[in-house]
Design a protein around this ligand. Structure first.
Ligand code: SF4
Ligand code: SF4
Length: 182
């Protein structure tokens, strides 16, 4: 068994009842990730998207999660407090069946990175800009196997090097082909 190591798990809790659909979170996320930083804003590039149906009083911020190479087979519909939500409403994946969480020019998947490119931030930008406190930043400490942490870091460094060399799309296509073989 490997040594235990403490790891900080960062999460953003969403209080849907407090969201009024202002989309400030989308604006600041896209501006923060623009090249150069803050040079533009386009919510289509945001790593958080707000599902808005004002007539039905539905506002749900959803964070971009993992890339999914294929559409899923089963889909769920939710009714919560008498409000009906569409299929895929809460799904965080960038997947082939919808446009959400894809960089509009390149089509490359977007994923929330907790604004980690700026280590001086005390809270992610979207949390800071949500004046209604609908987004709540939380950190917790977990003990994990040191080997597991090292392996994960190695995988991430390796993937980044491959993406830099061959382009992210080629790497994703190769992973998609490999997963079909399994
Ligand atoms: S900034 Fe806050 S209130 Fe505005 S859309 Fe985003 S989560 Fe909702
Ligand atoms: S935490 Fe940062 S990267 Fe993630 S959605 Fe909020 S602003 Fe965007």
């Amino acid at each position: 068994m490997g040594e235990k190591k403490k790891k900080i798990i960062k999460t953003i809790r969403v209080d849907v009842d407090k969201c009024n659909g202002c989309r400030a979170c989308e604006v600041i996320c896209s501006a923060f990730h623009a090249e150069p930083k803050y040079s533009s804003n386009n919510p289509a590039r945001a790593r958080v998207r707000v599902i808005r149906h004002p007539l039905r009083d539905i506002y749900v911020p959803v964070y971009a999660g993992e890339y999914a190479p294929a559409e899923c087979m089963g889909r769920d519909q939710y009714t919560i407090n008498g409000k009906e939500y569409e299929e895929c409403a809460f799904c965080r994946a960038s997947c082939p069946s919808r446009d959400a969480f894809k960089e509009p020019d390149s089509g490359l998947p977007l994923k929330c990175d907790m604004c980690e490119s700026d280590p001086d931030l005390t809270e992610p930008m979207c949390v800071q800009w949500c004046l209604n406190d609908a987004l709540i930043y939380e950190e917790r400490e977990e003990e994990v196997e040191e080997d597991a942490v090292a392996q994960q870091e190695e995988v991430e460094v390796g993937l980044e090097a491959l993406a830099n060399k061959y382009g992210l799309q080629n790497v994703m296509d190769a992973v998609a082909r490999m997963s079909k073989k399994d």
